[in-house]
Design a protein around this ligand. Structure first.
Ligand SMILES: Cc1cc2nc3c(=O)[nH]c(=O)nc-3n(C[C@H](O)[C@H](O)[C@H](O)COP(=O)(O)OP(=O)(O)OC[C@H]3O[C@@H](n4cnc5c(N)ncnc54)[C@H](O)[C@@H]3O)c2cc1C
Length: 541
């Protein structure tokens, strides 16, 4: 008999971001009893936690929203081409209300362990408050950028002023008016925060470890007429996203960099630089991310833009990346970011020249001098892709920890399943297609629903990926990664995070083939009758 203190569900989903919310909606369709466990106190995931000033989309808002409900598409108006966090969080709340999702979400519930019981065929979950639950199916929707990392400086706890990581920003906000502020980190979040904080801080000191190639976002409001035309254009927008390599509306230009005359090439790049969003990254010449000479030329073009925009050329040189080419790390998008360094109240400190030695009661000590601050903002990013998994003690058959299985880097079947971890599914897991995330989320979620539906309809108690399917997918992912310049660079996209123990060596953590190719493979699994999966495997004696 079931113990009342240990409720039993058909499926438990961990996480109530874009992935978890949609998975709940789709699993309900199968008539399953589903529960979502969410560590935060609201829905939205990324858009719930990242409340730092300036947090906004890099995806065009209208290409990011869910596409599955025509009613939702009719009802919701985006106010900007790249909406800010408050608006995106409101959108997530509307979705939760509209589809009555909250009824099956338990907030403030952080999962600390999930063990598969081979006898009962059930997942046994424990929360950090000690509560225990069981479910036949477990879906992780825990995010690939959801485990914030703090830098490894001495004295972090000593600072007497206000501080926050961008990914765990306080709901009440932080005022910078008349304050001496430090921002540590110049990745995508740091860039967004810096250009905003510089507006009100009395003095802003930016500590930069390594510069990134940032390009203009060119955000703008969406008028009601424009929203109307976006609304009628939704079928074409989503059809286009379904065709492009990374699910953005931007398509790679089929020409090679050296196939066009210089004048034409420069005119094309000027257009991309003046255009909106990721066009310059995702819609550039086809060889920009694989041909070293092409990449160097493009990098030189962007470097000149930085030189034009920053008055003090010694500052400009510090802002120009020297250790990686354009687009080989995630490209932060900016709005007058470089001009911020022309303001009297802003100072750039290169941690390559004068590294931070420690955090003090009063502020920050570098090898050159001591700084005093009222506020320190840590824009030091996330333990990406596998970080949220590492924070849960997940064990599959034979009590094997997932952490141990992934010691040499993650291995999955289409980023969704892991051999020896029956009835466990991952939305946006390692080696799944990413890009403009919701397009991939919708696909993953529906695929998971189809596999669970197939297993349930056919009375199977367990479903898992065959180890040979996992190996085949891992080889395919490795093969796709060959020749990409981005794989020669340390970044979260190559599994490197200097602030996380054991993440100093590059691994292939991302699937870098195209999204259409990924979806075709997943569809083949369904069409082929799920032969890559194993149902009702009898436990080894
Ligand atoms: C600042 C920022 C900007 C971004 N901008 C874009 C963009 O413009 N376009 C784009 O496509 N993508 C963007 N992303 C990526 C973004 O994460 C995805 O678009 C999308 O929101 C992911 O949704 P998700 O539900 O998979 O994960 P998340 O939104 O990360 O949600 C995961 C949820 O799981 C919960 N969780 C994790 N572990 C546990 C646990 N142990 N127990 C209980 N709950 C847990 C977390 O609290 C969180 O709410 C951005 C990410 C960041 C950080």
């Amino acid at each position: 008999m079931n113990d009342v203190s240990k409720p039993v569900f058909d499926a438990i989903i961990i996480g109530a971001g874009m992935s978890g919310m949609y998975q709940l909606h789709r699993l309900r369709e199968l008539g399953l009893r589903v529960l979502v466990l969410e560590a935060g106190t609201g829905v939205g995931g990324t858009w719930y936690w990242n409340r730092y000033p300036g947090a906004r989309f890099d995806s065009e808002s209208w290409s990011y929203g869910y596409s599955f409900s025509e009613e939702l598409l009719r009802e919701w108006d985006w106010s900007e081409h790249f909406a800010g966090q408050p608006e995106i969080e409101r959108y997530c709340n509307l979705v939760a209300d509209k589809f009555d999702l909250r009824a099956d979400i338990r907030f403030g519930a952080r999962v600390s362990s999930a063990h598969f019981n081979e006898q009962s065929g059930m997942w046994e979950l424990t929360l950090t408050d000690g509560a225990r639950l069981e479910a036949r199916f477990m879906v992780t929707a825990i995010g690939l950028l959801s485990a914030p990392t703090m830098p490894r400086f001495d004295g972090l706890a000593d600072f007497r002023g206000e501080w926050s990581h961008t990914g765990t920003w306080p709901k009440q906000g932080i005022s910078f008016e008349g304050k001496r502020v430090a921002v540590i980190g110049t990745g995508a979040s740091g860039v967004q925060a810096i250009q905003e904080i510089a507006k009100s801080a009395e003095h802003l000191t930016v500590f930069q470890r390594r510069p990134n190639w940032c390009t203009p976002l060119h955000n703008g409001p969406i008028s009601s007429e424009e929203m109307q035309s976006i609304r009628t254009g939704y079928p074409e927008i989503f059809a286009r996203c379904a065709e492009t390599a990374a699910c953005f509306i931007h398509t790679v230009d089929p020409r090679g960099t050296f196939e066009v005359f210089e004048e034409e090439r420069l005119a094309f790049w000027e257009r991309l630089y003046a255009g909106q969003g990721f066009g310059i990254w995702q819609g550039n010449f086809r060889d920009m991310l694989v041909d070293r000479d092409a990449n160097q030329l493009m990098s030189a073009f962007v470097a000149d833009k930085i030189r034009e925009r920053v008055n003090d050329q010694s500052v400009a040189e510090r802002l120009i990346p020297k250790d990686h080419g354009f687009g080989t790390r995630r490209v932060p998008q900016e709005t007058r970011y470089y001009e911020v360094y022309n303001q009297d109240n802003v100072e750039l400190v290169s941690m390559l020249e004068t590294p931070i030695s420690c955090i003090t009661e009063a502020g920050v000590d570098t090898t050159a001098q001591s700084y005093e601050f009222d506020v320190i903002v840590y824009a030091t990013g996330f333990d990406a892709v596998t970080g949220a998994f590492d924070h849960i003690d997940i064990r599959g058959r034979g009590g094997q920890p997932l952490r141990e299985k992934w010691q040499e880097g993650p291995r999955t079947f289409v980023g969704v399943m892991v051999d020896d971890f029956p009835n466990m599914f991952m939305v946006m897991g390692p080696h799944a297609a990413l890009g403009n995330n919701p397009r991939s989320i919708e696909f993953n979620v529906e695929w998971i629903r189809d596999v669970i539906g197939h297993a349930s309809r056919n009375g199977h108690h367990t479903v898992e990926a065959r180890d040979e399917s996992v190996q085949a997918w891992a080889s395919f992912v490795m093969q796709k990664a060959q020749g990409l310049l981005s794989n020669e660079v340390d970044s979260w996209m190559t599994g490197v995070n200097m602030n996380v123990e054991g993440k100093q060596t590059r691994t292939v953590v991302r699937y870098t083939g195209t999204a259409p190719e990924y979806r075709a493979r997943c569809r083949d699994v369904v069409k082929g009758g799920f032969t890559e999966l194993r149902f009702d495997r009898v436990a080894d004696a």
